[in-house]
Write a protein that binds this ligand. Sequence first.
Ligand code: ADP
Ligand code: MG
Length: 254
Amino acid sequence: MTNGQSTYSSSLEPVISLSNLHRIYHLAGEDIHAVNDVTLDVWPQHMTAIVGRSGSGKTTLLNLIAGLDMPTEGQVWVLGRNLGQMNERERLDLRLRRLGFIFQSFGLMPLLTARENVGVPLRMRAMDPHEREDRIDEALEWVGLSDRAHHRPYEMSGGEQQRVAIARALAEGPMLVLADEPTGQLDTRTGRRILDLLRRLVEERGVTLLVVTHDPQVMAEADIVHELQDGMLADTRVKEGVEMPGEELSRVRA
Ligand code: ADP
Ligand code: MG
């Protein structure tokens, strides 16, 4: 596969493929091995969780997958493309067109309304205004916030703000959504509602969801859980009853 075109299509190809990934930070004469030899695949249309205590390398791993940071060693493939062989412009394009992001602190612009916030990534793509407005309406309706369209973040609850952030990710029509502690600032009940929406994103919209978390609720919901310890992959657990296409493939190949 060459770097130029994505040939990604198959539901049997991993959406993300990490091989022998390392990220070492050099800070004040000290080496911090934030990601240490991680190899894993993320399969399409599933909810995958990466868990681990604070400092275990979760955010570093997400940044590498998003192409926001480059590995010291190893490879990152996203949607059939090797990030290391793409230039900055191509990685930005991939982020804008194929990926959605959800953050612990919602990441909304404080002076913009819910509608305007949902429209931000679409504006960066210079999308036709009619299509943009349609997508915004549809996404806000999908998260149940049509009646909050003209509210600003400070006029909404934390749960509502996170639903705006989910609408923003959804409006982009992403194949892959990356979420960093999406329930981290919410109470258990609100977290549960956000988790239900994230699950529906996978089931109804065919999105592949990768969520970094230490919320036990999210871990229990995920189809597959990878645990990081000191930057290393320490454990992988597949939820009962969930079939990973990759397991089928490795059985066939073995
Ligand atoms: P987590 O998200 O699991 O809490 P991080 O990926 O943020 O963990 O951090 C992993 C390790 O790398 C930590 O020891 C952290 O202090 C260190 N680290 C993260 N970012 C940087 C950076 N930009 N420079 C130096 N060290 C960093
Ligand atoms: Mg983190």
